[in-house]
Design a protein around this ligand. Sequence first.
Ligand code: PMP
Length: 404
Amino acid sequence: MLDIATIRKDFPILNRKVNGNPLVYFDNAATSQTPKQVIDTIVDYYSRYNANIHRGVHALAQEATEAYEGGRKKIQQFFNAAHAHEIIFTSGTTHSINLVANGFTAFVGKGDEILVSAMEHHSNIVPWQMLCERTGAVLKVIPMDQDGVLVMEEYENLLSDKTKLVVCNHVSNALGTINPIEEIIPMAHEVGAAVLVDGAQSSPHLKVDVQRLDVDFYTASAHKLYGPTGIGMLYGKQEWLKKLPPYQGGGEMIAEVTFAKTTYADLPYKFEAGTPNICGGIAFGAAIDYLNSIGLEAIDRYEHELLAYATEKLSRIEGMQFYGKAKQKTAVISFNIRGVHPYDMGTLLDKMGIAVRTGHHCAQPVMDFFQIPGTIRASFSFYNTKEEIDRFAEALERARQMLV
Ligand code: PMP
């Protein structure tokens, strides 16, 4: 059993008021809040050992290098990667996907196919469209049904020897659906395709073992994992990362430079040009420590309790329409109330101190599928409580009466 009252004390922001009301923060899928353990790590870095890494011989540079590489090791263990050098620090999931999409320019050509799921975030659509424009490859969409669940028979039909890549999120940010990547990955491998899984929404909630999944690429953003913004990671299988050409050129990513020829550094540095987000990498490690100290299993159990409680409470509201009815989902509720524009509801909730996300959630094709402009999305974290959900349900009802 999690001691939520004690956990909440780790998050100073949860004490603040918004528009005169205690904050209820239900926008965790957009970004999670930061515990003081992570904030302290950031303050400590800038207070004691801020230095550029890898090249310095002085004490500060060595301490910073050790802490940054320590962060990488923590991430490696968290995702159970075989090697620390299979973890590339990026600025986040968007950067991770672009890195792979750019590298695949070397591996796909005219007529090759890339399969993408129907419920992707724009960051897992646009880089592949750009790759297709560069190479003449074709993007094909794995459809979903009315419950927001991928149609696996259609996926099977789409797979062929033309398929070079399958890209899919582990969890949909717009609907909360957990996709069956344990099936998707081996099916793709059977036709010789590589798989990239966008783990932005799964990594804060589900235990991920990249070796057991046998996934080729997996991404995460620290800011959704109780770490800071501007830092994330790309996991890539060593054999893929060795083959993939570098994304950006510059310092740090080279072995030797002459005007005639440059050779590249070993992994992971080949993909980490320039001075990285050193503090971010260290703080990402601290966020992983924090998550481990609570435990993903306990988090998952508690968040599901919140999801069930909220679903039941919200279903009593007149005109309630839920989107995303997958049996396997994370603690995300995407909904509309008949006669209410999501933006108006979001604005009124904010007046009552409640933060939710409204709109298309960077997943316009999902909204087009349901023929709606957007949804109201409440996404829960382990620091949320049933009392907050009660306040939310009451606020929704009050706002509904004002707006309908
Ligand atoms: N994919 C999914 C499923 C997401 O939810 C998000 C963030 N909303 C992203 C990708 C992009 O992540 P970031 O903005 O951290 O790069």
